[in-house]
Write a protein that binds this ligand. Structure first.
Ligand code: GAP
Length: 514
């Protein structure tokens, strides 16, 4: 675990050093859980968004996109349930004056039991060597059995308290488990209170009378309230989907793990409207399609898993997360939810407008059911970055830091490097850049020795380096160096476009989804 913590620290500092992610407002000492994307980060992020958008809107004839406003009528959030129920249970430590999420303190405690069990298993594995039977050890070792029983009992008690929204019981669990504040080390806890995660602001000047509005905590509601507009103007027939990418805001109390949990973040959401009764079939279908989208990136099939929800929101009849193996464990990157007709029905009720679909095949009207796929752009970005980061030991004893980014997502696709800054090589290199730049993000670099320039491109994940040397002037060939294998091949300048295109085009990635 400690080793993984170190790796994660390295990834965070690499992201800053190479222009991917900066802490927001850094010269003013930063703003907690808010981040800015730098010159390379924004390109990687845009490529992720383009991959998602095209997979939704190009590959599905029945999915269209929208871009709704961040500000929406405040009643929308009443209808959706966010005003009353989008809460986190909070607890304060009276000595340190620090505020925590009660559920997170308890989940951390469960993780501590898991860690202790894992340590016992690792110790025994070392002691018994090849003869070690882990399954048998877990079911017979007294200490492990005791820890597991305590963990299971805690899990059951915690789930019950969360389901019943029992804040007093959450506090009691914290006391009974003797959980201490990590800052003060004391158990001097306040009561647990609900805290709404939505940011509020005022719209209109106070003289004219102002209205409290919210920064949207999810993009989904912008889709629901435009359901009728899109269905009618797009003459959409069920089943059909509406996709949207945009910012969302949540006043997260426990914001940690870099861009994993932020206060301002971006979502890519798609609501798929279906006939009542067919929703579970579509839920299954979207589970499969979304996992395929992730796996097509080639970051390792074993790094994904589904986590089906045991506890469902009252309006959902199925829900699952797609989790990715980050350096700090398997974590949710995307949620797929079968939301029944809850949202559309609520908006019908609160707005007084009829929100129904006339199904010509069934010759009847109904409020459509909805399957939602919801993925955080920033979490997706983090999973790509974590999986790509590598400190590679080279045969000559050196270490190179390289980002093995999926080539179509790389911020820079190729770098053109004149071997020396004279003899007409820079001019020839510029000529090549001027050909390639219309189709690929292309860098020109002439400063420093060629090896150093290769390393800089490796560090930002550039799939190809093109080196222009004296031979180029004679026979119009260049050296094409591939990032992952570091292999160098002599190729004709005229073939560059095709060679690069075959590896970096988004279309090649999208074709895998067929
Ligand atoms: N409309 C459904 C919805 O918003 P969610 O599970 O709350 O569902 C969906 O969020 C996705 O948004 C998550 O899987 C995650 O990737 C991302 N997300 C949620 N909160 C986030 C935060 N504070 N920071 C970064 N990403 C977040």
């Amino acid at each position: 675990m400690a080793q993984q913590d170190d790796v994660f620290k390295k990834i965070v500092s690499h992201a800053k050093e190479y222009g991917f992610v900066f802490p927001s407002s850094e010269i003013y000492d930063g703003l907690s859980a808010v981040y800015d994307y730098g010159q390379n980060g924004v390109e990687l992020k845009n490529n992720i968004k383009r991959y998602w958008w095209d997979a939704m809107t190009l590959l599905h004839e029945n999915i269209v996109g929208i871009d709704s406003a961040i500000f929406m009528h405040p009643t929308i959030w009443k209808a959706s349930g966010h005003v009353d129920a989008f809460n986190d249970p909070l607890i304060d430590n009276r000595d340190s004056k620090k505020r925590y999420r009660a559920d997170v303190l308890i989940e951390d405690q469960m993780a501590k039991y898991d860690d202790k069990i894992a340590k016992e298993v690792a110790k025994a594995a070392k002691r018994f060597g090849d003869a070690f039977d882990e399954a048998q050890f877990r079911t017979t070792n007294a200490r492990v059995l005791d820890l597991q029983a305590r963990r299971d009992a805690l899990h059951e008690r915690y789930s019950k308290a969360m389901n019943a929204n029992d804040l007093a019981e959450l506090r009691q669990i914290i006391l009974d488990e003797e959980i201490v504040c990590p800052i003060s080390g004391t158990k001097n806890w306040t009561e647990v209170r609900q805290f709404n995660l939505m940011f509020k602001t005022e719209m209109g000047s106070t003289a004219d009378g102002s209205m409290t509005v919210y920064l949207r905590p999810e993009t989904a509601q912008g889709i629901f309230v435009n359901y009728l507009n899109v269905q009618k103007t797009g003459r959409m027939r069920i089943p059909f989907g509406i996709a949207q990418i945009g910012k969302a805001f949540r006043n997260e109390i426990v914001a940690r793990q870099f861009i994993f949990r932020m206060r301002e973040f971006e979502q890519m959401e798609m609501q798929f409207f279906v006939r009542p009764g067919e929703e579970l079939k579509w839920f299954q279908q979207w589970k499969e399609w979304r996992l395929k989208w992730h796996k097509a990136l080639g970051m390792g099939d074993d790094k994904y898993r589904y986590h089906d929800h045991e506890k469902l929101a009252h309006y959902a009849n199925a829900a699952t997360d797609i989790e990715f193996l980050m350096p700090f464990g398997f974590k949710e990157v995307e949620g797929i939810h079968s939301r029944t007709n809850f949202d559309l029905s609520q908006h019908q009720k609160f707005s007084g407008k009829k929100i129904e679909y006339f199904d010509p095949e069934l010759n009847q009207s109904y409020t459509p059911y909805v399957i939602e796929t919801s993925i955080g752009v920033d979490r997706m970005f983090l999973s790509v970055l974590c999986s790509a980061f590598d400190e590679e030991q080279l045969p000559n004893g050196e270490t190179r830091t390289v980002l093995h980014l999926p080539a179509p997502l790389a911020p820079v696709k190729c770098a053109v490097l004149p071997l020396v800054r004279k003899d007409g090589l820079p001019e020839k290199a510029r000529e090549i850049v001027d050909e390639l730049k219309f189709d690929f993000a292309t860098h020109y670099e002439e400063k420093d020795a060629i090896g150093k320039r290769y390393r800089r491109q490796d560090a930002i994940g550039t799939p190809f380096c093109i080196t222009v040397d004296h031979q180029t002037l004679e026979d119009n060939t260049v050296t094409l160096r591939e990032r992952d294998s570091m292999e160098q091949t002599r190729v004709a300048v005229d073939d560059l476009h095709k060679l690069i295109h075959d590896r970096v085009s988004l279309a090649s990635l999208l074709r895998k989804l067929r």
